[in-house]
Design a protein around this ligand. Structure first.
Ligand SMILES: Cc1cc2nc3c(=O)[nH]c(=O)nc-3n(C[C@H](O)[C@H](O)[C@H](O)COP(=O)(O)OP(=O)(O)OC[C@H]3O[C@@H](n4cnc5c(N)ncnc54)[C@H](O)[C@@H]3O)c2cc1C
Ligand code: SF4
Length: 486
């Protein structure tokens, strides 16, 4: 049966409403006043963009919302979207000292959102382009978080920037891919406007390699930043994969970012293959758009799933089901439409590899299958456009810490270089590459946000998460190693 929209406009609006709405002023004040304003704040180290978290929270507590916004946006020009999408439990909030006191961590993400909303709603021009221009021009390929982070920092350093984006709208996955109930395209586009206001030029609907050649860019610009992200979803490689109701998770999620939500077709019984964060986004959004039964199918066990625990809880709260230790063998169809999946039980062998248990096949009825097996790197496209830029075996772009590739004038960052991480990592890498480009142009070495930080982390007494990012599992490992030594 062909897929069809299943909810009214009102239901779609209610079901896809923000899961973490903006704080009321009193709520924000109470939360800000819980902060201990640690001198050696671990949250700063755990934020890849090194935002001075206690600094902006203190400003919220004293009613200086514009100042709070400045602290955030100067470290992270995408502070508004990061406030909504960062996996804070693994980053800043996971490092909060409140946890050591068996108390809830400070809600850093929600406070960050409160301050950045104030700046955006009131159109306060906090970020300023440098008055003195360098005369240098940089082409940024891709307008996702990496490209935007790079463009904003370059403009602030006095360089002229043009962003080339193949899609109609800028923002990358922030505009087209993040779960709707976390971040709407409208917020992403408002944030892009902050960067446009710095004088950055955007050429959307322009694919590098098709609409403009690399040779032309090299002629017109002094440096190039590659922030092209990842490619399409990996294939399942099973019979029936090309039936019309077998869809790529990214294509499904993109559809609900470009169409009115109540016009997005979904199945009645939806199977999502894979168990990462994208799978969770796909299954929860299918359910919220009217699927009666939506199930994640994963070939390993519950403890192995790559999705964050809070994402798993969210999906269970949405009444999504999980089928572990099962893998699809074939898509079943009648008259050219999906009717179900043939599945097989799996087991993990001594080497940790997954194998199908012979003779364990069984059938389950579904009318839609969403593939969420992770995204392929864009290695082939990159090798064609930049044959001299080295690509690692896993398809990522090889670059130095400042983003510089083997070609001195070409820099890279974001998913295309790190293989796929978070929005905040892409912003930080874009910003680092901008500083690398600035140095390549002969500019003075720029300083990262110098903030008080935890002694001992990576042996650095100063700096911030921007210079030496550390995730919560690393902090914990270091803490337990010290305990063992003591
Ligand atoms: C479904 C999904 C949900 C996610 N949810 C979260 C989340 O909740 N929180 C979080 O922190 N992270 C999340 N992420 C990860 C996050 O979105 C990425 O890490 C981040 O967007 C990477 O930024 P980027 O700029 O490197 O790439 P992208 O955002 O992919 O941007 C790359 C841009 O380059 C453009 N481009 C590519 N090739 C060309 C070309 N030749 N010419 C011109 N333009 C080109 C693309 O069109 C795209 O706009 C999610 C990812 C996915 C897939
Ligand atoms: S990790 Fe994200 S939410 Fe936390 S301080 Fe950094 S940008 Fe803000």
């Amino acid at each position: 049966m062909a897929l069809k929209p299943r909810v009214s406009a009102a239901e779609a609006r209610a079901n896809m409403a923000e899961i973490e709405p903006r704080y009321a002023p009193q709520e924000a004040l109470i939360e800000a006043e819980r902060c201990l304003y640690c001198f050696d704040a671990p949250c700063i180290m755990a934020c890849p963009t090194g935002i001075d978290v206690p600094g902006f929270i203190q400003k919220i507590a004293t009613g200086n919302l514009t100042g709070a916004g400045r602290v955030i946006l100067e470290a992270n020009p995408l502070g508004a979207s990061c406030a909504r999408v960062c996996p804070t439990a693994a980053l800043c909030e996971g490092a909060c000292v409140m946890l050591d006191r068996d108390q809830k961590p400070i809600k850093i993400g929600r406070l960050q959102r409160y301050a950045t909303d104030h700046v955006i709603d009131n159109k306060i021009p906090l970020l300023r382009a440098a008055v003195k221009k360098s005369g240098k021009r940089v082409a940024v390929i891709g307008s996702g978080p990496a490209g935007l982070g790079c463009a904003a920092e370059l403009a602030r350093l006095g360089h002229a920037v043009t962003v080339f984006e193949k899609k109609d709208k800028p923002g990358g996955l922030n505009t087209y891919g993040i779960a709707y109930y976390k971040l709407t395209p409208a917020v992403s586009l408002q944030e892009v406007q902050l960067i446009r206001d710095l004088g950055v030029e955007f050429r959307c609907g322009t694919e590098v390699g098709k609409d403009v050649t690399v040779k032309q860019l090299e002629k017109d610009y002094d440096a190039i930043f590659l922030g092209v992200g990842l490619g399409r979803t990996y294939r399942l490689g099973i019979p029936g994969e090309d039936l019309p109701e077998v869809v790529d998770a990214l294509a499904f999620i993109e559809e609900l970012h470009v169409k009115p939500l109540h016009r997005v077709p979904v199945g009645r019984r939806v199977a999502v293959i894979g168990c990462g964060n994208t799978a969770i986004d796909a299954v929860t959004q299918a359910k919220r758009l009217g699927a009666e039964h939506a199930v994640v199918i994963y070939r390993r066990g519950e403890g192995d799933m790559p999705a964050y625990p809070y994402e798993y809880e969210l999906a269970k709260g949405d009444a999504c089901a999980f089928m572990f230790h099962a893998a699809p063998v074939a898509v079943e169809a009648q008259s050219g439409h999906v009717t179900g999946l043939t599945l097989a039980r799996t087991e993990v062998n001594a080497k940790g590899r997954v194998a199908v248990v012979p003779g364990s096949e069984f059938s389950e009825p579904f009318d839609m299958v969403i593939k969420a097996l992770g995204q392929e790197p864009q290695a082939a496209m990159l090798a064609k456009l930049f044959p001299k830029v080295k690509i690692a075996k896993n398809g990522t772009i090889v670059r130095k810490d400042n983003g510089q590739t083997g070609l001195a004038h070409v820099f890279a960052g974001g998913d295309a270089a790190n293989g796929g991480a978070e929005v905040v990592n892409a912003v930080a890498e874009g910003k680092k590459a901008a500083r690398g480009i600035h140095q390549y142009f002969g500019g003075a070495e720029t300083q990262g946000p110098l903030q008080a930080t935890r002694y001992g982390v990576k042996g650095q007494p100063i700096g911030s998460g921007f210079d030496h990012p550390v995730r919560v599992p690393e902090l914990e490992a270091e803490y337990f190693a010290k305990l063992k030594q003591a």
